[in-house]
Design a protein around this ligand. Structure first.
Ligand code: SF4
Ligand code: SF4
Length: 444
């Protein structure tokens, strides 16, 4: 398919980054690319979603990536997966996969799903700080996103989401559910209850967010719903207010630099140094503006908080707060050329086995079984218009309209935006600036 046609096709199907980033996929298509890298790293512990998609639909994942590759005039599709995933799938390093794709194997370290890290690991290229992967001729898409592209080419929009239900549950499973069904309805359908002293996390234990199951919905980005105890290190910092964490910086940070020494992006030569940003935050004003500006390069992986800092400061929370503030002002660090990775990088990377133990989730890590499509019963559906990066979707329906499953209900706006489709048949009951509400008539 020609590039412009594929771009329109993907936009019409509402495909966005399904791995958690949520960037509208059609906006990634560009010329001057030589490699499409499929991100099946399954970066965080307890997640088996991408593994399951590869096992069930490797052909469709490769087909979607091949569509992107051919439309952009790229030369190669690489499917990047961790060594343990390859072992489970019986795939060897460099093995040829469907549609002429090849397997790239990644070490079992955290984080590996960060596209900047993955590009270096799989291709030996360093994306210049503050630039996009296309600067080094690469487009990265999550495995489920590539699968959704293959659906889009068949005229099928994104109305389903694959996710792992795991953590402190009897049987971890991977299921497919309608996009925007309620978290509580999903857990109920899966027979999962949330015990006292536990929380529900949307995403992985390190980078995911605690959600209220009564009000949260599964979005196009949800990769997992994990039930985890409140007291484990992975959760304790999420629950603490950022203001409280930041207040501790001046008195508690001893400038030991461990956060910087273990930072995966710093190890790639990126100029972010969380200990210096913390010092600037603690002082109330930056001595050197670059110490704040480089926070825009933080991936939010949490290594500095969960593996490095022994003072309970949560440097990643400070980095995220500064990054968000920079983002609101549309400023950030940008370099023209690639950086040089630290020669000690290989020795400082964090093995996932150690990471799991340190953050308190090792005992919950059991391979999740594929349970297929989960029938979710709910009468009222809330469909957020911002479940992607960029401008909210623009509603094209009105109160009282009957809609069919898969029907367009909100289109992409000009610029960076994405379309939204009805996940099930129903009747539109409310349209606001932030969401569309519909009812299905099903009771519960
Ligand atoms: S690891 Fe903690 S104490 Fe050490 S410099 Fe970083 S924030 Fe400060
Ligand atoms: S969260 Fe911490 S370790 Fe991760 S990229 Fe940001 S500063 Fe580095």
């Amino acid at each position: 398919m020609e590039l412009e046609l594929l771009r329109d096709t993907i936009e019409a199907a509402g495909v966005i980054g399904a791995g958690g980033a949520g960037f509208p996929t059609h906006r990634k298509l560009t010329r001057g690319i030589d490699t499409v890298l499929v991100n099946a790293a399954e970066c965080e512990p307890l997640l088996y979603t991408d593994f399951t998609i590869l096992r069930e639909h490797l052909d469709r994942v490769c087909e979607g990536a091949r569509e992107l590759c051919d439309a952009m005039g790229a030369a190669e599709v690489l499917v990047a997966m961790k060594e343990h995933t390859a072992l489970r799938l019986g795939v060897a390093r460099g093995e040829e996969l469907p549609c002429g794709a090849r397997a790239a194997l990644l070490p079992d370290v955290y984080p590996m799903g960060d596209e900047i890290i993955m590009i270096y690991q799989a291709l030996g290229r360093v994306v210049p700080p503050g630039q996009l992967p296309s600067a080094v001729g690469v487009v990265v898409v999550n495995a489920e996103t590539a699968y959704n592209v293959s659906n889009a080419v068949r005229g099928v929009p994104v109305t389903e989401k694959w996710l792992t239900i795991g953590g402190a549950v009897e049987h971890p499973v991977v299921v497919r559910v309608p996009v925007n069904c309620g978290v509580r309805a999903v857990l109920r359908a899966a027979g999962v209850t949330v015990p006292a002293g536990h929380v529900v996390v949307d995403g992985g234990p390190a980078m995911g967010n605690i959600v209220n199951p009564a009000s949260a919905v599964v979005t196009k980005k949800t990769k997992a719903l994990l039930i985890l105890p409140e007291e484990i290190p992975a959760i304790a910092n999420k629950a603490a207010p950022v203001e409280r964490l930041l207040k501790r910086v001046p008195s508690a940070c001893c400038q030991c630099m461990y956060c910087t020494e273990l930072c995966p992006r710093h190890l790639l030569g990126y100029p972010l140094q969380p200990h210096k940003t913390l010092r600037a935050v603690g002082a109330g004003a930056p001595g050197n503006p670059e110490e704040l500006l480089t926070a825009s390069l933080c991936s939010g992986c949490g290594v500095c908080t969960l593996m490095a800092c022994c003072q309970g400061i949560a440097p990643s929370a400070a980095m995220t707060a500064v990054k968000q503030s920079l983002g609101r002002r549309r400023i950030g660090y940008r370099a023209d050329g690639p950086t040089k990775p630290d020669p000690e990088r290989d020795f400082r990377m964090v093995p996932v086995s150690r990471f799991k133990s340190r953050i308190g989730v090792a005992k919950f890590d059991r391979e999740a079984e594929w349970a297929g499509g989960l029938p979710v019963a709910q009468a009222l559906w809330r469909l957020p218009l911002s479940q992607h990066v960029g401008k909210p979707s623009e509603p094209v329906v009105a109160v009282g309209d009957g809609v069919a499953a898969g029907q367009l209900i909100a289109k992409a706006r000009e610029g960076i935006s994405a379309a939204l489709h009805a996940p099930v048949a129903g009747t539109i009951s409310r349209v606001t600036d932030t969401e569309i509400e519909m009812t299905t008539g099903e009771v519960k």
